[in-house]
Design a protein around this ligand. Sequence first.
Ligand SMILES: [Zn+2]
Ligand SMILES: [Zn+2]
Length: 172
Amino acid sequence: MTSGPLVFDTQVLGRRPGTEKSYELVVGAPADLGLDVFGVEEGSDIALELRLEAVMDGVLATGTASVHAVGECVRCLDRVEEDFDADFTELYLYDDATEDDLALEGDLLDLEPVLRDAVVLALPHNPLCDPECPGLCPDCGARLADDPDHTHGEAIDPRWAALTQLTERPEE
Ligand SMILES: [Zn+2]
Ligand SMILES: [Zn+2]
């Protein structure tokens, strides 16, 4: 049975083309919204503006979801937070002719799959803490944005490197 904060009952529209209803509400984000590297934390606020309009074949859902996304910079792994607006326009059919189409369940409209697609489209797939982020030092992993003049002086003598590996070898 379909229920939850993202399910809307379209019975008020009476399947009369041209009838519409608007909503403005704040809902908690469902789990796993967004991408692995950059997504919306479960339960964080989503400000949703939604208009449901009855058309001939179904109900047109148009709106904007304003989300707060959290992730890691792909270069330096620093935390990145950004607010995004995800826009969507989708038709929910009264009768699901094919499995690919969105359809109402009776009078109920489940916005969650549309919200998921819209958020994924709106998020940058390679989040950066800064467009110029220099990333991490390949030698020691230090964050170069914090320490731009970072050097290691002389390259480590390979013989010393071998010794270091010996001393770091876990005891057996
Ligand atoms: Zn960064
Ligand atoms: Zn370094």
